[in-house]
Design a protein. Sequence first.
Length: 316
Amino acid sequence: MNLHHVVALLSPPQSPFELACAAEVFGTVPQDEPARYSFRICAERPGSLQTTAGFAMLVEAGLAALREADTVVVPGWQPPGAPVPPTVTEALRAAHRRGARIVAICTGAFVLAQAGLLDGRRATTHWRSAAQLAAAFPAVRMDPDVLFVDHGDVATSAGTGAGIDLCLHLVRADHGAAYAAQVARNMVLPPHREGSQLQYAAQPEPARADESLAPLLEWAGSRLDTRLTIGRLAEHAGLSGRTLARRFTEQLGTSPGQWLLGRRLDAARVLLERTDLPVETIATRVGLASAVNLRRRFRAHLGTTPGAYRRTFGET
């Protein structure tokens, strides 16, 4: 298997966390799996590079490293909106022209916008910087309420942990849900969040321990093959439907129905990848009732069919 080369383009002062989002996902090799990615860093000026955490890191590669990248990651840019050197924007445009995927984490979206890669396209960034980016780049269709936006060749994420969500999403797109789940498990992360989920939820105070949805999510996730209605979820949690919906919005940024559908599609993807079960059987096992319903949901949410997905990612 040919390695997919990921190169992170750094700039001082570099956020160590945003860099770690990409390094952990693309630099992790799950146990008993072959390496799928190589990961390296570069900067406009190689050498000592200051971070936002007060320490310096050594960057050995310059912009020439982008010529070999299959994916270029821009893990933040400080301060947001600061001018990007023309050599950097041209290197990004050149990488994009030759087919590299260009990915921005958090305020890295400002760099992509200055390079013109987001013109006429929907994009996101950290919610605190969304208005600034929208004002500075009116050609960009800013969406401040999502975790990430992926156009295939260009992708942007919201702040902090949303960078991990985007990177894991890209791994799923490259190698399937089962492999991405192994990477997430190695990082001790829960199942993925969809890009359309809210960046944050306005919550006046932290949820009490007895308000956590974790027990309900575990219970529902182990019973996908049963009839799980919103009413049944609420009954199991001992809540009204309205209270359950509110807690899903507060804690997960999505509705109970959308969360449940996402888990069912995830389970279907893993079965398509790792078994030769008929589509009808898979649909029943994940609670989507019929092959027709599974195909419809697959087409609407993933833009493909179960059969095409299995041909791409199937292991059997």
